[in-house]
Design a protein around this ligand. Structure first.
Ligand code: C2O
Ligand code: CU
Length: 481
């Protein structure tokens, strides 16, 4: 019989198991800056990123990255004694890293080895809509079939990829990976790491629990009972040298849970988000990472000792009161090294400063169908065939995201960037280009969207259960140029 692992989050929190994680070599080497890396005359050399294997570029042309991906059923060891049947890309959880430089053409030869149809959506990339992998633009790729995705990557940033049909099941089972697009002049760090901060819902046997097994799952989305960081349920243990400076790419591929992250024992600052580097990096104690969003942080190990990345989770104490607890996801043992931290020169970034020429509202709500089923709606419609709005290419639109329902909704717009309008409320203080923003329950957020990429684009809630239950619509951006 399978060893019954303490997977329920509460138990897991108390036991805080922290054995056998991928180890890491002592990191004391300071790499030179990329410096004179310009243009695409030579095949760009990308930094190594710890976290998952990088896909090998099989094309020797400098302006093309050509890789192979297969979605598969894979038995993964999520913790010692806990093997779970998951879905993976190329057997890897999280999925392999894809890297490209701005302007390169990326060709992904994809094969579906799953027993069900799938597609790949390139979350955040402003590519041609035909390659966006949604049901609006692509027929599902049937089991055993292949599809070649081909697109040019226009903007540097940390993106991710995942399926866009039955995504509540397929993403939960492990189909997600990181996609980094780089500018030629990005600073080199002592190390780059990629962390997927996920949760999964496991049943008593330690397998992926039945989908929509509770009313709560449709209501609030599927909140897991175990935290899964880079495919591990146990704490990840790493090593670093004092004063090393690292760049971490953080992605939340969970179905629903907003992650609250804190770093203890080292210093971090936010240097980038969905759409690339920020004009002004900022320091913060806590990073709120809703599903779908990304943050790039610069971590400086300014002290010898243990640096911990903690997920702050609500749980119950012995008296039954709800309390917040720090749950360590990653421990880095920082050893003494005689050197000074070296400041990195971040690229200069100017954000668009365009006056909106049009204002629209998207209302988030829920209702019950005549058969008593819960349905999530955007502007009163569940999964409409017609676009919510028709815009023309180049339009700048102020959109009020009005949440008329209790649960929070992370809103994601495909194929475009937007900025969050900072109106002084803390959760609207989100600098940088975004493709996803969290709208708190019974509240609103305003965004200014730059609709520069023509096509048929999804606009939806990234709580995957909400999306599946109707909270997924489209906008059309008509080509004008
Ligand atoms: Cu990350 Cu429409 O999705
Ligand atoms: Cu939602």
């Amino acid at each position: 019989m399978r060893k019954s692992v303490a997977l329920l989050l509460l138990v897991y929190l108390v036991s805080g198991c922290g054995q056998s994680a991928p180890s890491d070599e002592q990191d004391v080497v300071i790499q030179p800056d990329a410096g004179a890396d310009t243009g695409l005359q030579d095949e760009p050399q990308f930094p190594e990123v710890w976290g998952a294997p990088a896909l090998a570029d099989e094309n020797s042309a400098a302006d093309v990255v050509e890789v192979k991906l297969a979605a598969q059923v894979t038995t993964k060891t999520l913790a010692d004694g806990n093997d779970v049947e998951m879905y993976t890309y190329n057997g890897s959880l999280p999925g392999p890293l894809i890297q490209a430089q701005v302007g390169q053409k990326v060709i992904v030869h994809f094969t579906n080895e799953l027993p069900e149809p799938t597609t790949i959506h390139w979350h955040g990339l402003r590519i041609s809509d035909e390659m966006d992998g949604t049901p609006a633009v692509q027929a599902p790729i049937e089991p055993g079939e292949s599809f070649d995705y081909e697109f040019v990557v226009p903007d540097a940033g940390s993106y991710w990829y995942h399926p866009h049909i039955r995504s509540n099941e397929q993403v939960e089972k492990g189909l997600y990976g990181l996609f980094i697009v780089r500018d030629a002049d990005e600073p080199r760090y002592d190390k780059e790491r990629y962390f997927t901060i996920d949760d999964i819902l496991l049943d008593q046997q330690g397998n992926i629990a039945e989908f929509f097994g509770s009313h709560m799952e449709g209501m609030h989305g599927r909140n897991g009972n175990a935290l899964l960081t880079n495919g591990r349920l146990d704490k990840i243990e790493l090593n670093a040298g004092q004063n090393a400076v690292e760049r971490w790419h953080l992605v939340n591929p969970a179905n629903a849970r907003t992650m609250q992250l804190e770093l203890e024992g080292a210093t971090w600052r936010v240097i980038g988000t969905d759409g690339g580097f920020l004009p002004e990096p900022y320091e913060t104690d806590r990073i709120t990472l809703p599903v779908g969003q990304r943050f790039d942080v610069e971590v400086t190990y300014d002290r010898v000792g243990t640096a911990s990345l903690n997920s702050m989770v609500l749980t119950r104490d012995a008296q039954g009161n709800i309390v917040e607890r720090a749950y360590p996801l990653v421990d880095v043992q920082v050893g003494a090294v005689d050197r000074e931290p070296r400041a990195r020169q971040l690229p200069e970034v100017t954000l668009p400063d365009r006056e909106p020429t049009r204002s629209e509202t998207i209302e988030f709500n829920a209702r019950q169908t005549v058969t008593g089923r819960l349905e999530w709606t955007l502007n009163g419609e569940a999964n409409p065939d017609e676009p919510l709005f028709v815009f023309s290419q180049g339009e700048t639109v102020r959109i009020r995201l009005e949440n008329l329902a209790g649960p929070e909704h992370p809103f994601h717009l495909h194929g475009q960037f937007f900025q969050v309008v900072d109106d002084g409320r803390p959760w609207t203080d989100q600098p940088g280009l975004k493709d996803t923003v969290l709208v708190p329950g019974n509240d609103h957020v305003e965004i200014i969207a730059y609709l520069d990429n023509p096509g048929n684009w999804m606009a939806h809630c990234h709580i995957l259960e909400h999306a599946e239950l109707g909270m997924m619509s489209q906008i059309l951006v008509e080509e004008t140029e």
